[in-house]
Design a protein around this ligand. Structure first.
Ligand SMILES: [Fe+2]
Length: 324
C-alpha cells in the first residue's frame, strides 16, 4: 500500500474527474474542447485545493497511447498526487494494451497508479491516507474491465464489466491489511457502476429521466420515492451496470469497511444515494468529450475528516471558454 501523509486541520480533499474522453487535438493550441477541459480542471483545482486527484476512467475513446501520455503529463503538471482507474474504453484493446497504458500513467512522477497482478486486470491498488501520522482513510482502486459475455436464459448477452472473484479475494485481503494497520474505513473508486446502482435506482427513483427535460440539477420531488436514501443528484439514464449480481456488494456489506463507492461511466448521471449502508455516487463528468448534457461539467469532491467524509459535485460552466 502507498501512503499519503496529511497534516493540519483542513480536511483531506479529493477531487475526482471522470470520463474526459480526450482527443489528440485537445493538446493543440486553440482547440476549444481542449481549452474547456483545461479551464475546468484548473478552476476545480483552484477552487477545491485537492490533496489528491482521482480519475474514474475513460481518459480517451481513441486507442492512442500519445493521448494517454499527453493527458497524463497534463494532470501531473499540477504537482498533486493523482490516482486513476481504467474505464471500459481504456480497456477496449485488451490486457496487453491496458498494461501499456498503465505503464504510461506510472511513468508520471505524481501518479500513484499500479498495474498490479495481471490476474486481477489492470490497476488494482490501495492508498492509505494518514493524518498527523495516524490512519485516516483507506482508498481502494479497482479495475472494472470492459465487457464480458453472460449466459441469460436461452442466449448470451454482453454485459458491462464486473469485479471478478479474483478481485473479490484481493479486496478481502487488502481490507484485512487495512484493518490491521488501523484504517477503520475505506472508499472505493471504480469506473463501471456496481450492479447495486441499478437496484438502488429502482428502489429510490420512480424512473430515469431520459425523455424528460423538466429536471435540471435536482429531481422533482415526484421522481424520488425513498427520500431517506436519496442524497443529491440526478440520473438522466438508467445505470449501465453489469447484468448480474455476482456477490461483490455482499462482500462489501459483510466486510463492513467500505463506506462509499464512486464510479464514472454514465456521463449524464450524478446521483448520490445510500443503499444497504453504503453510499453509491456517480462522479460528475469532466469536459465535453463524448455524450453529455451541457450543464453537467465539473468534478466531484470528497472531503475526509476525523469523523467521516462529505461528498459534493463542483460544477464549472463549460461555456465560459466559448465566449473568449
Ligand atoms: Fe465514458
Amino acid at each position: 500500500m502507498k501512503y499519503l501523509c496529511h497534516t493540519g486541520d483542513r480536511p483531506f480533499t479529493i477531487l475526482n474527474v471522470t470520463d474526459i474522453h480526450a482527443k489528440l487535438d485537445y493538446f493543440t493550441e486553440g482547440n476549444l474542447e481542449g481549452d474547456i477541459l483545461r479551464h475546468t480542471v484548473k478552476e476545480l483545482t483552484e477552487r477545491c485545493r485537492p490533496d489528491l486527484i482521482t480519475f474514474t476512467g475513460d481518459m480517451t475513446t481513441d486507442d492512442d497511447r500519445e493521448i494517454y501520455r499527453l493527458l497524463a503529463e497534463y494532470i501531473d503538471s499540477f504537482d498533486i498526487p493523482w490516482a486513476p482507474v481504467l474505464g471500459n474504453h481504456d480497456n477496449q484493446l485488451g490486457d496487453t494494451e491496458a498494461r501499456a497504458i498503465g505503464e504510461i500513467l506510472m511513468s508520471q512522477k505524481n501518479c500513484l497508479f499500479d498495474v498490479g497482478d495481471p490476474v486481477l486486470g489492470c490497476g488494482n491498488y490501495t492508498v492509505g491516507v494518514k493524518k498527523n501520522g495516524k490512519p485516516l482513510m483507506g482508498l481502494l482502486f479497482m479495475d472494472t474491465h470492459d465487457t464480458f459475455d453472460v449466459p441469460m436464459c436461452d442466449r448470451t448477452r454482453s454485459s458491462w464489466g464486473e469485479i471478478t472473484k479474483s478481485q473479490e479475494a484481493w479486496y478481502r485481503e487488502k481490507v484485512a491489511e487495512m484493518k490491521k494497520e488501523g484504517f477503520d474505513s475505506s472508499l472505493l473508486f471504480v469506473h463501471v457502476p456496481l450492479y447495486q446502482y441499478t437496484s438502488a435506482a429502482e428502489e429510490i427513483f420512480t424512473c430515469d429521466l431520459e425523455s424528460s427535460e423538466e429536471a435540471y440539477f435536482d429531481y422533482p420531488e415526484s421522481y424520488i420515492k425513498k427520500n431517506d436514501a436519496f442524497l443529491f443528484g440526478i440520473n438522466y439514464e438508467g445505470p449501465s451496470a453489469p447484468l448480474r449480481d455476482n456477490g461483490f456488494f455482499d462482500v462489501l456489506a459483510v466486510e463492513d469497511h467500505t463506506r462509499h463507492v464512486l464510479c464514472g461511466h454514465n456521463h449524464v448521471n450524478t446521483s448520490s444515494v445510500n443503499y444497504r449502508g453504503i453510499r453509491l455516487t456517480y462522479g460528475l463528468k469532466t469536459g465535453v468529450g463524448s455524450y453529455r448534457r451541457d450543464h453537467l461539467n465539473g468534478g466531484t469532491v470528497i472531503e475526509i475528516t476525523d469523523g467521516g467524509f462529505n461528498v459534493r459535485h463542483e460544477y464549472v460552466n463549460a461555456d465560459a471558454c466559448k465566449d473568449k
